[in-house]
Write a protein that binds this ligand. Structure first.
Ligand code: PMV
Length: 373
């Protein structure tokens, strides 16, 4: 697939107005994406667990307008108008207009809400951008009379194409958003190890996965809910000319191959070593860029040390990963749920802001909520 395949054929239906609602989850990368080329093309492939409970629900209402000169839209978060979201969406619309040529023909009302607390430090860009991309795909599907597939794609691939294009669009909104549409494991970025993988969109991990990774748990410890000191856009850009960048990209590529084997064999010790190393490498890249910055907080390190001590003491297979922030994702197999939740309550909650954490697990991707239609 190339970018050209995502330019639609001429629209056949004329639609005055409508409304679609999609709910889409967040995701947590195991092998991290950090560093990008033009148009949100990743410097290295990444793989993530799709989450289940942390999600965004977006309703897109649209009505035809008379002119087609500019984008026209309003954005609401939890019922409140959000002027501050507009520039991000304007940028997104500009990037995707060539693939969604109806964008200037309608006025859009975007109503969005998150299941996780506002400004919890959990990025809503992955769930938010993927939910919006899916709503836009529903509009396009209606304009095309129910089928979005171009002539080069076979009819049997219609559903895959719909998701691929939504993922392609979501990527242009926020890179990691392209991994949120499906579950439970999604790869984004071309890799020899993954058939069908692409820099343009996320694909479902196509290989066999060991039982132990089914229903894997992720409890997110909210260490710091403040605004990030450095945005991920700035962080990605600091990988240009970074002294260790090329080695990092090679390492991520290799780690994706290794994790493919680990996911098959169920080797949890190897999983822990790879996932924790990826998290610390991501933050090491931040600390060694120029300008340098640190997103971890003292409590992030306290939690990491507690997890290591607990593992040593009990033989538990609990481990951590980090996003571009101070919060800690605590990952563990389903059969350790009671053990780890008790450990979190007894020893880790003290390091969370206001004692807050979110119990989540891996999930299966976005859903259209037709009840709202
Ligand atoms: O999608 P962005 O541009 O916000 O980048 C996010 C990158 C990380 O969350 C740090 C890692 C990843 O692969 O999700």
């Amino acid at each position: 697939m190339t970018e050209q395949n995502f330019i639609p054929k001429p629209y056949t239906n004329s639609i005055q107005q409508g409304r679609y609602t999609w709910s889409s989850p967040s995701n947590i990368a195991l092998v991290k994406y950090w560093g990008k080329k033009k148009d949100q093309i990743p410097e290295n492939p990444s793989i993530s667990f799709t989450l289940n409970n942390c999600k965004t629900t977006t309703t897109l209402s649209f009505s035809k307008k008379t002119d087609k000169e500019a984008f026209s839209f309003e954005v609401y978060l939890d019922g409140e108008k959000k002027e501050s979201f507009k520039s991000k969406i304007e940028t997104f619309f500009n990037r995707v207009e060539v693939y969604l040529p109806f964008l200037k023909a309608y006025h859009f009302k975007i109503e969005t809400s998150n299941t996780f607390p506002h400004s919890s430090g959990i990025a809503s860009s992955a769930s938010g951008m993927s939910a919006l991309a899916l709503c836009l795909m529903s509009v396009e599907k209606a304009l095309l009379g129910g089928s979005v597939i171009p002539s080069v794609v076979e009819e049997s691939q219609a559903e895959t194409y719909f998701i691929q294009k939504a993922s392609f669009l979501a990527r242009l909104g926020s890179g990691s958003a392209c991994r949120s549409l499906e579950g439970d494991l999604v790869v984004w970025g071309k890799s020899e190890a993954i058939e069908g993988s692409s820099d343009l969109f996320g694909v479902k991990f196509p290989h066999q996965v060991h039982e132990v990774f089914k229903n894997y748990q992720d409890t997110i410890l909210l260490v710091d809910k403040g605004e990030k000191v450095v945005s991920s856009t700035v962080g990605h850009n600091l990988m240009h000319g970074h002294p260790f960048a090329q080695e990092r990209f090679k390492q991520a590529d290799k780690n994706l191959k290794t994790i493919t084997e680990i996911l098959k064999s169920g080797d949890l010790d190897a999983f822990i070593a790879l996932v924790e190393s990826e998290a610390l490498t991501l933050h090491a890249m931040m600390m060694t860029s120029m300008p340098y910055f640190i997103l971890m907080k003292p409590n992030t390190l306290e939690i990491i040390n507690k997890i290591w001590a607990f593992r040593k003491e009990t033989g538990s297979k609990v481990c951590f990963t980090l996003d571009a922030g101070a919060n800690v994702h605590v990952l563990y197999p389903e059969n350790e749920t009671n053990l780890v939740l008790n450990f979190i309550k007894d020893e880790l909650v003290a390091f969370c802001q206001k004692g807050q954490y979110i119990v989540d697990k891996i999930g299966f991707g976005a859903q259209e909520l037709s009840i709202y239609k």
